[in-house]
Structures are given as C-alpha cells and as structure tokens.
Design a binder for this molecule. Structure first.
Ligand SMILES: NC(=O)c1ccc[n+]([C@@H]2O[C@H](COP(=O)([O-])OP(=O)(O)OC[C@H]3O[C@@H](n4cnc5c(N)ncnc54)[C@H](OP(=O)(O)O)[C@@H]3O)[C@@H](O)[C@H]2O)c1
Length: 271
C-alpha cells in the first residue's frame, strides 16, 4: 500500500510534541489520512491553531492536549484525561524532545535532569500507563522518534545523545520482554532536521538535512513495515551503518567535523 492510500478511518493516535517541528508535521499527515489525533505539548496556542486550521478541511480531527510532560502532576492528569476520553489507542507516537546544544561543562544539573525526563523518563512512563489502552486496539503501534545520536557520538550534545540512547535501548529491551508488543514497537532514527530543537547547533550548515515530511513519512511507513528501526533518508541509514561497521572510522570523521565547526569555537586552538 502506498503512503497516500493509508486511511485512518477514525483510528486514534496520541502524539507528544505535536505543537511544532516534526510532531506537528506528523500530526498533519495523520489527520489528512483520517486519524483522530490527540496532540500533546505545552503550547496551547500552537495546538489550538493546528486544530482551528485543519479540522474544518481534513478527514480526521486534531484534539489539543496542552500538558507539560516534564511535570509529574501534569502527566498524571494527562493520563487520566486520556482514559476518560478514549476507549483505545491505535498509534502512540513519542516525539516530544528538548536538547541543550552546549559543551557539557556549561550544563546545570537542572538542564541534564529535564532533558532526561522529557526525552526518556516521561515517555517510558507514558508507555507503562497507556499499555492498557494500546492493548484494546486490534493492531496497535508505538512509534518513537529516536535519533542517530543514540548510535553515534554527538559533541556539544552529549547529554541529549545519552537521553535518546536511553529511549532507544529501553525500547529494544522492553519489546523483547513483552511478546504482545514485540513487533509493534518501531523506532525512527532521524539525522539532522532543521527545527527549533536544532537551531542552536552550529554544525547543521555542513550536514545533510532531512525534512520534517521525510520523518513523518517514515512514521507512516512504520505502520506497515516489519522493520523495527526505520530511517527517514538514505544518508542517515548510511551514517548508521557506517557507525555499526567501523566504530573508529565513524568516530574519526565526527571528531574531524566537530573539531573544526563546533569545538574550536569554544576552545580556539592556540596559535
Ligand atoms: N531536529 C532534529 O535534527 C532531530 C534529529 C533527530 C531527532 N529529533 C527528535 O525529534 C523530536 C521532535 O523534535 P523537533 O526537531 O521537531 O524539535 P522542536 O521543533 O523543538 O519540537 C519539540 C516538540 O516537543 C515539545 N515539547 C518539548 N518539551 C515538552 C514538554 N515538557 N512537554 C510536552 N511537550 C514538550 C514541543 O512543544 P512545546 O514547546 O509547545 O511544549 C515541541 O512540540 C525530538 O524527540 C527530537 O529529539 C530531532
């Protein structure tokens, strides 16, 4: 089935990080195909804008869920709200993320904790609490927006990379201990996408870029694919395979690139 032929027919999708960037694009593509999308993010205004613009002209529907997944009380309320509103979840997309693109010594404990909480802890907590709703669907999917940085080193984003690696490794292990979900968990590994999260990262000018649409299409493909890890573009797939094939070569290339474009700005070489 081509991506244009996919039909939601009222299927229920819950997505974190729906207000902008990749999550917004995924929401748009799924609503257009007839999914009923519950979009979570902090910015109520942005979520409402999407609902007002798209609901009158789309096959599906967008329902704003303005909650902060970095806040324990709000996440509990969000879960209660979902149980009161919907009988099942067909697709759960874990997309919310934050990144502090700075050298590690410039990060505070609070910066590190919130990165880990939003990118990892809150998402696995959501899986645990929403498992019951997912099991009520005839063919549920959990799709996580991971990152190539969970496989390759990423100087100036060390703590972010570790949080994405935590999510990646959690999902790989968890689906094995839970036979019901084994073939239903899909991980998308984007490389570099020009969005708000990546705006602080200087090296982007020199890197191949993916569009939010390519990441969204990888999510649509994940609905039908038997693969557990999917890449939005061939460049990211090649970078991932290079990392697996030769750790030392991939590290040497990354070190070279980041030294010139990122690290030297912070620690200029002595003349
Ligand atoms: N851009 C890239 O190069 C790239 C590469 C690989 C992977 N990714 C991953 O792709 C995902 C989406 O990132 P993006 O590029 O689209 O960045 P983005 O434009 O900054 O979007 C991040 C989304 O996460 C939401 N979010 C952040 N903190 C939240 C919180 N505490 N509670 C609820 N929602 C929260 C934001 O909404 P509010 O601010 O309204 O809360 C926003 O909707 C992330 O998981 C990121 O790690 C991105």
């Amino acid at each position: 089935m081509s991506l244009n032929e996919i039909r939601g027919d009222g299927k229920i999708m819950v997505i974190t990080g729906a207000s902008k960037g990749i999550g917004k694009q995924i929401s748009i593509d799924f609503i257009e195909r007839g999914f009923k999308v519950f979009g979570i993010a902090r910015s109520e205004e942005k979520l409402n804008e999407t609902a007002q613009r798209l609901n009158p002209i789309s096959r599906g529907e967008f329902i704003p869920m303005p909650y902060d997944i970095g806040n324990e009380t709000q996440i509990e309320t969000l879960i209660e709200k979902l149980y009161s509103k919907i009988p099942k979840i067909d697709v759960l997309i874990l997309c919310a993320g934050i990144a502090h693109s700075r050298i590690f010594e410039d990060l505070s404990l609070k910066d590190i904790q919130i990165e880990l909480k939003v990118n990892y802890t809150s998402h696995i907590f959501l899986i645990q609490k929403l498992e019951e709703l997912l099991k009520k669907s005839s063919s549920p999917r959990i799709i996580a927006i991971g990152s190539l940085t969970s496989e390759l080193p990423f100087p100036t984003n060390a703590s972010y990379s570790a949080s994405k690696a935590a999510l990646f490794q959690f999902l790989r292990s968890w689906r094995m201990e839970n036979p019901f979900f084994e073939d239903k968990v899909k991980i998308i590994l984007p490389g570099f996408v020009k969005t708000h999260i990546a705006s602080e990262y200087d090296m982007h000018k020199y890197m191949p870029q993916e569009s939010t649409k390519e990441v969204s299409h990888a999510c649509l493909k994940a609905l039908q694919s038997h693969k557990s890890v999917l890449f939005p573009s061939w460049t990211t797939a090649c970078a991932y395979r290079l990392g697996r094939f030769s750790l030392s070569l991939s590290e040497w290339l990354i070190k070279l690139g980041s030294k010139y474009f990122v690290i030297n700005k912070k620690y200029p070489p002595k003349s």
